[in-house]
Design a protein around this ligand. Structure first.
Ligand code: PHB
Length: 364
């Protein structure tokens, strides 16, 4: 019943979503040469037609060879690429949805298979081993400008918002994380110093897109290489971490959580998720995410236990408690592009979950 509350519009700046459901950004590697083809437009169109209010695209490589690999990850420069995104945007809008593009730089997590040297804060990977090279201090402004120019392009071609990937151990998160940021030039050291470059990126993007265009900032505790990774150990540190981004002009925070129902700081509150804490310490709109709609058990990597995903009423309770404004759904939308409509129509109980045939065809 209270799920009805998710079917109310949500506005921030120039963006109005028809409901509170977003599609979580998920890598596809299905854009040869970086060009999103007609199949990519169809993939996103089906999710918009299925009721998703805001599509957040897969991570899109900044137009710099060091930003990402492989080249089947789409980019955001060149006539063919922009025409491809134009098809995606039109398709989503025609179905009544909205679409944000996620700007992504992999930093030292970039694969070196093609000989391009990865760059990062300190030329070390998530385990402290040498990898790639450290960005020079005087390279940082041009890198921030690359984000800004890409955001301006996104706005120009009709994306409704831009999301910055500062999560999961990729470039901006490498600045935030003590383990990958060993700098001593004012961009590393204290938590405030570690936020400096990502905050400069936000400020540059804000300058490029104007005051009303929504900037979503995605961050995470966990890293691709380490599910226990952490950049804020308590609510005070979380506030310290996020304040510079609020100040620099972020509109929406998108804390990536592996499970939406996991308490972030159990000593401070036995229930409140990272989304809830993010909203509490910043007052900004928040997107929650993490295993929403998964119906089957999966194994916990940390403890070797079988975890039963929480039922949807847990999500509803978190929403009622004011923990978030929008919820992003990932895997459930891969398996079923019509998941949001099905939820609204009360059909989800009848939906028996993972059917390999349905899921495979839905991936296209
Ligand atoms: C992935 O491709 O697995 C991936 C990409 C971006 C993320 C996280 C995971 O932020």
């Amino acid at each position: 019943m209270a799920i009805d509350d998710f079917f109310t519009p949500f506005s921030v700046g120039s963006l109005t979503m028809p409901n509170r459901f977003a599609m979580a950004p998920m890598t596809r590697e299905a854009s040869p040469g970086g060009i999103p083809g007609a199949d990519v437009a169809e993939y996103y169109r089906r999710r918009a037609a299925g009721g998703v209010g805001l599509i957040i695209t897969e991570g899109v490589r900044l137009p710099d060879p060091a930003a990402g690999y492989p080249t089947t990850i789409p980019t955001l420069a060149g006539d063919d690429v922009l025409a491809g995104w134009g098809r995606v945007i039109d398709a989503v809008h025609t179905e009544g949805g909205t679409v944000a593009v996620q700007l992504w730089h992999q930093g030292v997590q970039r694969d070196e298979a093609d000989g391009v040297v990865p760059v990062g804060p300190s030329g070390v990977d998530a385990f402290g081993a040498p990898k790639g090279r450290a960005l020079a201090t005087d390279e940082l402004p041009q890198l921030a400008q690359l984000y800004a120019d890409s955001a301006a392009t996104a706005r120009e071609i009709g994306f409704d918002a831009v999301e910055l990937n500062s999560c999961h151990g990729y470039l901006l998160d490498q600045f935030l994380w003590e383990r990958t940021n060993l700098r001593s030039d004012g961009y590393g050291g204290s938590l405030a110093a570690r936020t400096r470059f990502p905050a400069e990126v936000v400020a540059a993007v804000r300058g490029a897109v104007g005051p009303d265009y929504p900037i979503i900032f995605r961050f995470s505790q966990w890293k691709i290489t380490d599910y226990t990774g952490s950049i804020a150990d308590d609510p005070t540190q979380l506030q310290e971490l996020l304040a510079p981004f609020v100040e620099a002009g972020v509109d929406v925070l998108h804390p990536s959580m592996r499970r939406h129902y996991t308490p972030a700081f159990p000593d401070a509150d036995p229930e409140r998720s990272l989304a809830g804490w993010t909203k509490k310490v910043t007052g900004l709109p928040v997107i929650a995410v993490g295993s929403v709609g998964l119906e089957t058990s999966f194994r916990s990597e940390e403890h070797g236990q079988v975890i039963q995903p929480a039922p949807l009423d847990r999500l509803v309770k978190q929403f009622e408690a004011g923990e978030f404004d929008v919820v992003a759904v990932g895997r459930a939308l891969l398996a079923d592009p019509g998941w949001v409509h099905r939820l609204r129509n009360g059909e989800l109980d009848a939906f028996t979950g993972y059917d390999p045939e349905v899921a495979l065809s839905a991936l296209r």
